[in-house]
Write a protein that binds this ligand. Structure first.
Ligand code: BTN
Length: 308
């Protein structure tokens, strides 16, 4: 661990001011060196206050600097502004970045949703893309999208007691209002998955306002601000654990347990066609099975689902 990471860790574990002397003793470095590292951290945007008594990390739980991400720090790329985290993630992925590299942006100027829709990135939301390189056949790649949505919904449900429901393929709704959307992009290399970028827009501390379709944020539901850093870290832990031992039948079961699509009359819009009927199941690749009035069935692998 680098010295500045050690200093950040010491400060983050302390809820009072830490003197330069205490830090220098703990790390076996001079006080001048402590100050140089502190100055570096402050310049990197870490909210540290320096006083005659020493140094203290402001209790800014929401801060999204890479220093709050422990061992993941070197794989987290944080930006104040980006057109879209999807593009930056694709650039890093094509350059060979490691599995679970994450691109986060405080704001996106050209955030995008499925089917080329605009994704508004209002202040306080969590906008990120995770690059993964799963060891899966291409026809199971869609399961990775489902896994991301399952883990976000589990996080909302079990850590924050939010009554989150999955809408096929990977929207998350609370009381009919959208709290999270996921977008994925895949590149194939030599007939295998080269990488998958999973882009997630989660309404955390933002106020989505009166948009259509209706949306809601964690802050609005919980009536308090939530640490975006904690949400992101918890999600990454869950998602990585899920993918490291992915079990398709178990994943499908987990998705089914918390979905509210199956059993509904739906219209599924794809780039080429709209499928209308009753959603009756998802298949073992995560495709939605739609039954028509005459009893015939079609399976849709990717699209946008509307409840009728
Ligand atoms: C959808 O519901 O249509 C998907 C929305 C996905 C939005 C996220 S925000 C982070 C990432 N960057 C983007 O430009 N889009 C995804």
């Amino acid at each position: 661990m680098k010295t500045r990471d050690k200093i950040f860790t010491l400060l983050s574990k302390s809820d009072t001011v830490l003197s330069g002397e205490a830090i220098s003793r703990e790390l076996g470095i001079s006080r001048v060196s402590v100050w140089k590292h502190i100055r570096w951290l402050i310049n990197a945007g870490i909210p540290i206050t320096a006083s005659a008594k020493g140094y203290m990390l402001e209790p800014d739980e929401d801060s999204l600097t890479q220093f709050g991400f422990g061992d993941r720090k070197d794989r987290i790329h944080v930006y104040q502004h980006l057109p879209s985290t999807m593009d930056q993630a694709a650039t890093l992925a094509r350059g060979g970045c490691p599995d679970f590299t994450v691109v986060v942006a405080e704001r996106q100027t050209r955030g995008r949703g499925r089917l080329a829709r605009v994704w508004l990135s209002t202040d306080g939301g969590l906008y990120f893309t995770v690059v993964v390189r799963p060891d899966l056949p291409i026809d199971l790649a869609h399961l990775v999208n489902l896994a991301a949505a399952v883990e976000i919904s589990a996080l909302l449900r079990f850590t924050y007691s939010i009554d989150a429901w999955l809408k096929w393929p990977n929207d998350i709704l609370v009381d009919g209002r959208k709290i999270c959307g996921c977008l994925s992009q895949m590149e194939i290399e030599g007939g295998l998955i080269g990488f998958l970028s999973i882009g997630i827009g989660l309404n955390v501390n933002n106020d989505p306002g009166p948009v259509s379709p209706p949306a809601v944020s964690m802050k609005q539901l919980l009536e308090r601000a939530v640490s975006r850093r904690k949400v992101l870290l918890d999600f990454l832990e869950r998602f990585e654990a899920r993918l490291s031992s992915i079990n398709p039948p178990v994943l499908i079961e987990d998705w089914k347990r918390y979905n509210n699509t199956i059993g509904r009359e739906v219209s599924v819009v794809t780039a080429t066609k709209t499928y209308a009927g009753r959603a009756v199941d998802i298949d073992d690749q995560g495709g939605l099975v739609v039954e028509h009035d005459d009893g015939s069935r079609e399976t849709v692998i990717y699209g946008d689902c509307f409840y009728n």
